[in-house]
Design a protein around this ligand. Structure first.
Ligand code: ATP
Length: 270
């Protein structure tokens, strides 16, 4: 069996005195596309930061491609959650170039190889037309594409994408998910992508990694997004309801355990 892309064994990660991930174990085979789901505060970003070596595990082990996690691993491309525009005067090209060799917001001076890498990354996400435009003039979706281009520099084998679909409309969400899927397949990359809406990931994901109460459950959509599996994970009654082509994960008392998930045609693909 080949070395897994990600292997987490009995990992506990504490933040602010609280175990955000508690004795979590899962294995992601190489080339898998994993949707990382969970309510706000479930620990999706913390998991990514642990895999980046930025949030050390108090106990347990985390390996990427068979090696312990460490900061600055060029095999890992990371797209953080995007909250606001930084450096709005920068062109799209400069923003991507600024991440060459792991630098962020440094001066975009680079040699011929670096320039070629930036051009190739922009082309891979179909963003050549954004290269000369200042960031502040771009839409959220266009900026997401540039952030995705940044993650492709250094030719990573693993992408950690933190809510890359946030703030996109449903059509763009689906388009972006398909784009990432196709990129991952063509470059043989493993993808862990967090999201609050499962629908754009239907047919794209091989697995779901669902986080709740410090625990994690990895499996196919049909294994994980069920009343039984999520009730066990949450330790309280959670119902998975399919209605009108949508899937709702409903907590006891009627509140949403997660954002409602659109799911046209059940689990069929759009
Ligand atoms: N630097 C930090 N210091 C202390 N606590 C933190 C820190 N970062 C995150 N936390 C806490 O860890 C928990 C998990 O946060 P995290 O950002 O990983 O969740 P998330 O699933 O990514 O949430 P969201 O969907 O809202 O982005 C939260 O309770 C949060 O308050």
């Amino acid at each position: 069996m080949s070395t897994p892309a990600v292997q987490v064994l009995h990992a506990t990660v504490v933040r602010g005195g609280q175990a955000v991930l508690q004795d979590v174990s899962f294995t992601v085979p190489r080339g898998s596309f994993v949707g990382v789901l969970g309510a706000n505060g479930a620990g999706k970003t913390t998991l990514f930061q642990a895999l980046l070596g930025l949030a050390p595990a108090q106990s347990g082990t985390l390996h990427i491609n068979g090696a312990p996690v460490h900061c600055g691993n060029a095999a890992v491309g990371y797209m953080p959650q995007m909250r606001k525009v930084v450096g709005g005067q920068l062109s799209g090209w400069s923003m991507v170039a600024a991440a060459l060799k792991g630098r962020k917001w440094g001066l975009p001076w680079c040699g011929r190889a670096g320039r070629a890498a930036v051009d190739a990354a922009l082309a891979a996400v179909d963003a050549q037309d954004l290269a000369r435009k200042p960031l502040e003039t771009l839409s959220g979706g266009q900026r997401q594409r540039l952030l995705l281009a940044q993650t492709l520099l250094d030719d990573p084998s693993l992408l950690l994408l933190d809510e890359p679909l946030a703030s996109l409309d449903p059509a763009r969400m689906r388009e972006t998910a398909l784009r990432i899927h196709s990129l991952a397949q063509s470059r043989n990359m493993t993808v862990l992508m967090s999201a609050h809406d499962i629908n754009p990931l239907m047919g794209v994901m091989d697995h779901v990694l669902y986080l709740a109460r410090g625990k994690a459950l990895l499996g196919t959509v049909d294994e994980v997004i069920t009343t039984e599996a999520l009730t066990a994970l949450y330790g309280a009654q959670v119902d998975v309801v399919r209605a009108g082509g949508r899937v709702f994960v409903v907590a006891e008392g009627g509140g949403s355990a997660l954002q409602p998930h659109d799911c046209p045609g059940g689990h069929s693909h759009a």
